[in-house]
Design a protein around this ligand. Structure first.
Ligand SMILES: Nc1ncnc2c1ncn2[C@@H]1O[C@H](COP(=O)(O)OP(=O)(O)OP(=O)(O)O)[C@@H](O)[C@H]1O
Ligand SMILES: [Mg+2]
Length: 218
């Protein structure tokens, strides 16, 4: 492969992104591809610091625009320092959330003007988008229940550092988010694939892998 493939996973809390990313990375590695996995916000030491502000319970009371600016600051470094160099080496990069999450959370969820988000995206990243985006779609309550079970299982002793700032927002926020992701998919049908994430893990994995194989040409 001359140039790598940039894959992003999107969707609400507990939809199974991290689980499926690990499975896809393993299958592709097994097939002989060079794969890296990374996540947003984060991916570089600087961007991981920004992540703490944004996702931890006591990370701060940011306005949607400030959140958006922090996200693109983190994303610009993550893309240019980690993702692009890996793609240039022909690797498959699988990223847990990317620009669509900003569109969905700050735009649809927090009502930030979608045009302003696109302007900031153009300034910081130009026309960069993933080659394939999987949107894992699930009923919000089901996703949040999964996510709650996982958070309580990770035993983070320091309450202030729990990564549940967004999980703790009300149900209508999560409904808007879900609708936002579906709208994004409708507007970019070549790139985005909506996956029914309420299915058993193995079925979700299979749907994802089939699309991937088509993209890689078998
Ligand atoms: N299809 C599925 N069926 C049942 N349980 C699942 C399924 N997918 C994921 N889970 C479980 O739900 C929990 C959340 O999954 P995961 O962490 O992969 O979601 P996520 O989308 O990465 O969440 P977050 O947005 O909070 O990071 C995990 O405990 C995982 O094992
Ligand atoms: Mg996750």
């Amino acid at each position: 492969m001359d140039k790598g493939v940039f894959i992003t996973f999107e969707g609400g809390e507990g939809s199974g992104k991290t689980t499926q990313i690990n499975r896809l990375a393993e299958s592709l590695t097994h097939k002989g591809y060079k794969v890296i996995t990374t996540r947003e916000p984060g991916g570089t030491p600087e961007a991981e610091k920004i992540r703490d502000f944004l996702v931890q319970r006591e990370g701060g009371d940011w306005s949607p625009m400030a959140e958006c600016l922090l996200l693109f600051a983190a994303r610009e470094m993550h893309y240019n320092r980690i993702i692009k160099p890996a793609l240039d080496e022909g690797k498959i990069v699988i990223c847990d959330r990317f620009t669509d999450s900003t569109r969905a959370y700050q735009g649809y969820g927090h009502d930030l003007d979608l045009n302003k988000i696109e302007q900031l995206k153009l300034i910081s990243l130009g026309d960069v988008e993933a080659d394939i985006t999987y949107i894992l779609d699930i009923d919000c309550k089901e996703g949040l229940a999964r996510s709650g079970r996982r958070l309580s299982a990770t035993q983070i002793n320091n309450e202030a550092q729990r990564e549940d700032r967004f999980e703790n927002l009300d149900t209508s926020f999560h409904e808007r988010l879900r609708q936002g992701f579906l709208d994004i998919a409708k507007n970019a049908p070549q790139r985005c694939h909506v996956i029914d994430a309420s299915q058993p893990l193995d079925d979700v994995e299979q749907d994802i892998f089939e699309i991937m194989l088509t993209k890689l040409g078998g």
